[in-house]
Design a protein around this ligand. Structure first.
Ligand code: FAD
Length: 465
């Protein structure tokens, strides 16, 4: 019998002998039990409504705020729980598995925004104020990075910019996707820096409040994660000086140290949670259904046992990888102590970025496979939306592969960096590929070369004037 409870009943899915409970502290186990309880009483039911009506899971956030989860990684001196990376991954995975994947994704973006804010909270009154009220006033945060001109290259905000004014900043942002867009209470957005001179690695972050954002949530639609409301947003406003997060030009460091590590850690936990949710459902269904002709339950067929065995092994590989990296980040940050960033040069998480790419690739690849196989294990019944809801989780899991950094981009980052060195990644399109250049020039006629030389000389002259 399972040691996990589902309300007043024993949990109907896999027991905790299949969960890496030994990595959690006693406090984290209590937090996990609270989350499972919230999922059993309300959050899982709200997930169905969010999916059906494309409804933002505000109700679930109110429940999370009531129990202090919006401040999970906020330092205790600001009223938060002061928890660490392992707790962040555990919380997202638990919400996705037992409750609502859309809420888990919105919570992922919230934690990413909290991390980006805490990275530079030390001298920021507006950030400290939000962190102090985060649970009391249920202040949901999010990250708005993706740009309509650059697709999944979310680190390249061509359509955005900022200028310094007498008392503040004029900020322009166009984002093609923003989870919680139009519903979040505060946003961390990234634009090119004020005084931008053409170098797209020169990025800055700003804190934007909900009433400064233009969004059209009524137009949001998507295959899955339908409650996450990830529509386009626009910002065009002047904000006070103290809403710059960190110094100008701090954006790339903020990405490497906070936005990417937290997004990759927590979104992977979301995909792993969805995978576990599917295995839980498959256990319940296949052990409960009998074929009367042969007197066997579906779970008695070795084929079905193989499906479930492989899904557990592969999902637990992904979970272990995610939690191992959470522990690695805990160990280099003194357990997610934000005071270390008083030294603005301290970037201990950034050293693990290439590991975090691998974590996300593995979890997003696995969820697509597991959702498919659990559908096969449960047969035609799983193809229908009810009663199993495998169909909903399958649609939700599809977001893993395509969310930036997409799995195509990640495997190329890893392979290219391994073969050619990290410099070859060239995020901001600055390095010249001389092999390609020389090869193309080789194909030109003498006249083509002359025309090219003339064009280059003219351009150089014009640039110098
Ligand atoms: C549910 C959901 C929630 C999201 N939430 C947010 C959010 O909160 N904030 C945010 O900023 N963004 C968010 N996004 C956006 C996401 O991060 C990506 O920017 C978006 O999915 C990219 O879509 P696109 O159509 O522009 O893809 P494109 O970039 O046009 O990609 C099309 C194809 O080209 C491939 N490709 C792209 N670049 C390369 C390359 N260099 N090498 C090889 N292949 C490449 C891609 O992998 C893909 O197969 C969200 C997306 C989804 C689906």
């Amino acid at each position: 019998m399972s040691d996990k409870m589902w309300g007043k009943e024993p949990f109907w899915g896999l027991g905790s002998e299949w969960d890496p409970q030994w990595i959690l502290t006693d406090n984290q186990k209590k937090l996990q039990a609270t989350l499972i309880d919230l999922c059993a009483t309300d959050m899982r039911e709200n997930a169905v409504e969010s999916d059906k009506k494309l409804m933002y899971p505000r109700k679930n956030f109110q429940l999370l705020a009531k129990h202090g989860f919006l401040g999970l990684i906020v330092p205790k001196e600001l009223g938060g729980m002061g928890e660490n990376h392992v707790a962040a991954a555990m919380a997202v995975e638990t919400i996705a598995r037992y409750g609502c994947p859309s809420t888990a994704m919105c919570y992922t973006m919230h934690l990413g925004a909290v991390a980006a804010a805490l990275f530079r909270y030390h001298d920021s009154k507006p950030i400290q104020d939000i962190m102090r009220r985060i649970d009391k006033d249920c202040l949901v945060g999010t990250l708005s990075y993706s740009d309509p001109e650059t697709g999944s290259h979310f680190w390249y905000p061509i359509s955005s910019g900022a200028e310094e004014t007498k008392d503040g900043w004029k900020v322009r942002k166009k984002a093609s996707w923003t989870t919680s867009g139009g519903f979040a209470d505060w946003y961390i957005i990234q634009t090119t820096s004020p005084n931008f001179a053409g170098n797209y690695s020169d990025l800055s972050c700003f804190l934007i409040m909900g009433n400064e954002v233009k969004a059209d949530p009524a137009n949001w639609d998507g295959l899955g994660l339908r409650g996450n409301q990830s529509g386009p947003i626009e910002v065009d406003c002047t904000i006070p000086k103290d809403r710059l997060v960190g110094a100008t030009g701090d954006g790339a460091a903020s990405n490497d140290e906070c936005v990417d590590p937290f997004f990759l850690l927590c979104s992977s936990a979301c995909w792993n949670g969805i995978s576990m949710a599917l295995i839980d459902i498959a256990k319940k269904h296949t052990t409960g259904k009998t074929h009367k002709d042969v007197g066997m339950r579906v779970a008695d067929y070795p084929t079905i046992q193989d499906y479930v065995g492989e899904a557990i092994i592969e999902t637990n590989s992904c979970r272990s990888f995610d939690f191992m990296m959470a522990q690695a980040m805990d160990s280099v940050t003194n357990n997610c102590d934000w005071s270390i960033h008083r030294d603005t040069k301290a970037l201990p998480r950034a050293q693990y970025l290439s590991w975090m790419w691998q974590v996300k690739f593995a979890a997003a690849k696995n969820v697509a496979h597991v959702t498919d196989k659990m559908l096969h294990a449960c047969g035609g019944t799983a193809y229908k939306p009810r009663p199993l809801e495998i169909e909903r989780y399958l649609r939700d899991g599809k977001a893993g592969w395509v969310m930036g950094p997409t799995n195509e981009v990640l495997r190329q980052f890893v392979g290219k960096a391994a073969l050619l060195g990290f410099g070859a990644l060239d995020y901001w399109n600055q390095a010249i590929n001389e092999r390609v250049l020389n090869n193309e020039i080789k194909k030109m006629s003498a006249a083509d070369k002359q025309a090219l030389a003339k064009r280059l000389m003219d351009e150089t002259k014009a640039a110098a004037e």
